[in-house]
Write a protein that binds this ligand. Structure first.
Ligand code: SAH
Length: 480
């Protein structure tokens, strides 16, 4: 019997989903953050469940050759970088393995070959966006930093090793200047490396004059091009409130990926690693294999980033996105880049497509305009971590496009959706892991699915699907 607070010496045999090490004591599974496969470690058990438990790493008795000393002094306490103790090569192997394992186990796909695109230089200082919580440390000192893993304790971090340096510098100026931080909840900063434009957004519980001095300082002393307030009166986990108040400059910054310029409002999603985002979009474009006349839908399109890449080679692109501000940006972005073959619709992708299908391919836009949603040759989806809505997968299956390009930031939901699309006659043809999140457990994947048979033939897949569900059931039981 493995007991809480007891110490054990164990061999780490594999990785868990978040990069933690997995080892066993008499067949009982222990998850150990910071331990690597191949290592012998001493641990103390911190939590036990029926079939598995968690343990804290006390010492490494035999180290893996993949182990490196974390660069950041607070790496062990801060919840941001789960993989700093791994060499970058090992991080890439972990991510590729995780995608492969999910696609095989949950997606029912066998023998996957995949490409991996990683960082070619130094895997540090890449993030173009930070949302630092502001509060007090244990001694009552005002701090801005990151939440400790699974906690609301703020760990101060002056030189975060994965943020762009200018973001750290602005944070230091703000924290050294603002005397009263009682209304300041978060400091939200975005930087566009290609243009140098920077936005500083102060998330406050209510309007305050305590920030006037720092606003003047940022305007005089830095390259900040845009300053705004965001009012978040509620005490919730949602960082941003609805209202943005411009204080200086426009309520957007502009960045360039490849030769396309993107305007980004603070509410809009934008990929966080500008060094590799272009490679991800090039891969999506390659998988879409456009020859010039195709109709392409870009679902979950954000500010039209992928849409405008696709528009270069497509007949027409239709983007669908749920955040109105992002759709406004997408339309502006088409205009400022002289793209005339892209249209954008605001709404939940699953509802827009459903409505269009029942309306014979027509959709009434927000202003009542009639948008012709001609059936697509290719559909691109890039959903948030929870993956595609089931209703949307069903619609895509019935629409039956030749190719589906799936851009995913969560391998488990990707695999679930791949398994659903296989039911509709699609097969996974290409997989590319594009590492956007250096030092963290997060994984970005671009996949190509091709229609290999019509949906009505899907009966021949029953067995595979049953296998999948059996696996899912077994997993469910394990979690209970
Ligand atoms: N392809 C874009 C955005 C990807 S992020 C890019 O690379 O920049 C996922 C986007 O999906 C976000 O912009 C989010 O606002 C949007 N979204 C979330 N749920 C949605 C839904 N149900 N329908 C349409 N868009 C949705």
């Amino acid at each position: 019997m493995v007991e809480k607070n007891h110490e054990y010496e164990i061999e780490i045999v594999s990785f868990g989903n978040s990069g933690e090490g997995i080892g066993h004591v008499d067949g009982y599974t222990l998850f150990v953050t910071g331990a690597l496969p191949g290592e012998t470690v001493r641990v103390v058990v911190t939590k036990t469940k029926k079939h598995y438990g968690y343990a804290r790493l006390l010492s490494v008795i035999k180290a893996s050759t993949d182990r490196v000393e974390p660069v950041c002094p607070v790496a062990k306490r801060c919840g941001g970088c789960e993989l700093q103790h791994m060499s970058y090569g090992a991080q890439l192997r972990f991510k590729a393995e995780r995608v492969k394992e999910c696609l095989e186990r949950l997606g029912g796909v066998k023998g996957i070959r995949m490409q991996v695109i990683g960082c070619e230089d130094e895997p540090w200082h890449y993030r173009n966006k930070a949302q630092f919580p502001v509060g007090e440390d244990r001694s009552g000192q005002a701090v801005a930093g990151f939440y400790a893993a699974r906690s609301h304790e703020i760990i101060a971090c002056d030189t975060c090793a994965i943020q762009q340096p200018i973001i750290n510098e602005i944070k230091t100026i703000v924290m050294n200047t603002v005397r009263d931080t009682s209304e300041l909840k978060h400091l939200y900063i975005r930087y566009a490396a290609s243009t140098g434009q920077t936005m500083v957004c102060f998330v406050v519980s209510k309007q305050t004059s305590a920030l006037d001095e720092v606003v003047d300082k940022l305007r005089e002393k830095t390259m900040v091009t845009s300053i705004c307030l965001n009012i978040q009166p509620d005490d919730t986990n949602v960082i941003l409130g609805e209202e943005f108040i411009p204080v200086y400059g426009p309520l957007y910054i502009e960045d360039k990926i490849s030769d396309i310029c993107y305007r980004i409002a603070p509410e809009s999603f934008y990929q966080v690693n500008s060094f590799v985002t272009g490679k991800l979009y090039e891969k999506a474009l390659e998988y879409a294999a456009l020859s010039g006349g195709e109709i392409v839908w870009d679902l979950y399109c954000g500010i039209g980033t992928i849409s405008l890449f696709l528009a270069k080679k497509a007949g027409k692109v239709i983007g669908v996105e749920i955040v109105p501000q992002a759709i406004k940006n997408a339309k502006e972005n088409a205009r400022i880049n002289g793209v005339h073959n892209a249209e954008f619709i605001c709404g939940a992708a699953e509802n827009v497509i459903d409505e269009a299908m029942s309306g014979g391919g027509h959709f009434n836009g927000m202003k009542g305009e009639d948008i012709d949603l001609s059936l697509p040759d290719v559909i691109v989806v890039d959903p948030p971590r929870k993956g595609c809505d089931e209703k949307l997968i069903d619609s895509i299956g019935r629409i039956n496009p030749k190719r589906i390009v799936y851009v995913s930031c969560d391998p488990a939901t990707l695999a679930r959706d791949v398994s659903r699309l296989r039911e509709y006659g699609y097969e996974l043809k290409k997989v590319c892991v594009v590492d956007q999140f250096w030092q963290t457990r997060h994984v970005e994947t671009c996949c190509l699915l091709e229609r290999v048979r019509n949906a009505k033939d899907h009966i021949s897949f029953t067995l595979d699907m049953e296998d999948c569900y059996r696996i899912k059931d077994a997993e469910k039981k394990k979690d209970e």
